[in-house]
Design a protein around this ligand. Sequence first.
Ligand code: ADP
Length: 473
Amino acid sequence: MRKTLYLKFLLAYLIFGFFGFTIVATFGSSMVLEHLKREKAETLYKEATLIANTYASDLYNNEISLDSVKPQMDSLSVYLDSVIWIINPSGRMILDTNTPVDLEHPRIVEDFNAAQPAGSYYTTGTFYDSFQEEMLSVFAPITSDFKVRGYVVIHTSLAALHSSGENILRISYIILVILFLLSLIILIFFTEMVYLPLRKITEATEQYAAGNLHYEFQVDSEDEIGYLAASLSYMASAIARSEDNQKKFIANVSHDFRSPLTSIRGYLEAMLDGTIPPELYEKYLKIVLNETERLTKLTNSLLTLNNLNTKGMVLEKMDFDINTVIRETAASLEGTCQQKHIAIELVLTGSRLYVRADMGKIQQVLYNLLDNAIKFSHNDSVIKIETTEKRSKVFISVKDSGIGIPKDSLKLIWDRFYKTDLSRGKDKKGTGLGLSITKEIIQAHNENINVISTEGVGSEFIFSLPLVDEDED
Ligand code: ADP
């Protein structure tokens, strides 16, 4: 199957060669022969006319004798490698360079008809059966006093023309063979530039299809085939990367599920076998409950993340007042804040600030950011939420003065399951999924979210939303 392209090209090459030879052999030989005949006839015709106008007409006018013309004609016929005749319109031979002059018994060419080869000054054939072999016969009329007195006919053997035609044809064949061999270069080019790279690409696709996504191959050309190979290899590496991410994701999920389950199981077993006395049950059951809460949170986050990914995030956009949503989110977390004596300061622009977005999802973003801010803030501190209006956008900032994020971790906090080392002690329930969900939601709105943070000083998360132009009256 894979060799078909090469075979097709080879077949086309052979067909090209075969037709080349056939055309030269059939049309070529007849064209060459025809050309040679015409050329020879032209030369002989010139000679014949010359003889007709000089010696022959002199002969007819009795200005010179036949005996004196004959030797000259003979030598001319040797020179021209042909037979020269002077013949009467009736067919009576006056002079023939092949035979001596015999006035007593003149030779008659039966049925001689000079008008027969009409429109042409030469004929081919045995010339009224006068010759054994095929001849090219050219004739020119001898005229005097506006009357045709006779003809000068020059015959030459066609065999000689045939053999020189064959010689020319032989040269054509040699040139054709050279051309055919030279056109092998095209075949070599095709093999090097198209066939071999294509085979490499096909082999690579087979490897990729078989699951070997790390298969490497090299096509060193900068044309379309090189581009195709590069795209293919890029595609494979992208798939491999996403497969690796998937594996990492599953490993993380499994790990995050396993640790709470292990602790739940440990405590329950300890209760059952009496290691934990009944009077301490309440304390440990609370821990177990906490762990199940963590599992619930993890499951919910995973489901949210999965929905965001699979649906390509369908947003239910509407116009709503972001200030109200901020106030409500802050209120819902008031209980947690009170435990840590944390105050939330709201610096909101205007009484109402309308934005166009998916309200449910933005509520989730605010909740995630505020939840983090509270988790990573020290007791007795202040969290500031601020809205600013700038060039048809609203910027929402959530700022805390908590533990901050180390510089190296700033880029990583958006990754799934990422938690900074600092935060692990402070937040045992964290899943590391909150910020990746937050970022996906904001990006789905074609907006941005950024973080400014200094380790030990605090963090500020700022995101933008599109402002709705509305008259506030
Ligand atoms: P988690 O559920 O663990 O909070 P997130 O994705 O929301 O997961 O956050 C990822 C990590 O980023 C956190 O574990 C924490 O290390 C860091 N982080 C997020 N917000 C803050 C903040 N306000 N202050 C300090 N660190 C933060």
